[in-house]
Ligand binder design. Sequence first.
Ligand code: ZN
Length: 304
Amino acid sequence: MALGFTNTFAGNPLDRRSEARGDGAAWTADPAALALVLWQGQPLIEEVEGAPRIAYLAAARAFELCAGVEHSLFMGLWNATPVFAVEHEGASDPSAGGPLEGLGAFYGLRDLAAVLPGVETAICGAAKALVEWRARHRFCGTCGTATTAADLGWKRICTACGAQHFPRTDPVTIMLPVRGDMCLLGRQKSWPRGRFSALAGFIEPGESVEEACARELKEEAGLTAITVRYHSSQPWPFPTNLMMGLIAEVNDDQVAPSTDELEAVIWVSRAELRQMLAGEHPDYGAPSPIAIARTLMEAWAAEG
Ligand SMILES: [Zn+2]
């Protein structure tokens, strides 16, 4: 069921059964249960008929090879089959001479997202975000004591003060500023040569999405937002962000870019933007197809 535009990393097909995780021991013990394995935030991948796929292991085997059920996270049901994510800890690659030798290889999710089926990318993204959260919440944020997993990995409870900790998602605004037939794009110094993209920034405590968008536009480009409209959102597991995709009408084209944040900004027409998206612009390139920034650019390019 599509509820709107499905960006890369959205569209996870598993039934999360969030209401039943507290009573989910039967899923952990189910002999049919499967697990994907992550090491250093990277999923274990096998090749099936020349194409990359998640290398699912029997969950019991994955628990055994990767330091136990404590390291498992229940991802949901695929039809009736429980699916877990299991993190393998340690500095050395367990698929190279380690316990997972011969079962696949680990690849970074940014690269995989361009080649895995979308539903597998979404499952891997959810697993990575959960693993990242878990790694940052081994100790209680209230009293500093070690925490222990509950609800099949979706909750951590402090062993001293009893505080409960839940997976975090950090919201980010990402916006395309537009005025008439022009839109503004920015670039960061570290990006590949010629690449320009939408602007982005974290939403701060006490801000609405629209207010954060307006603030970032002002800080990064010196622009004043008049209207802000929502397009779509994207879970972005680097490490646990939720990108809120917006198109913002601004009141003039006089930019004052912040050199702390951006190396350069440019105004481009819809026609130029289409050239960029087609890879045919002589000077400028667009972001990767996995990025919501590109979604926003494509959506606005198609409007005129
Ligand atoms: Zn505590």
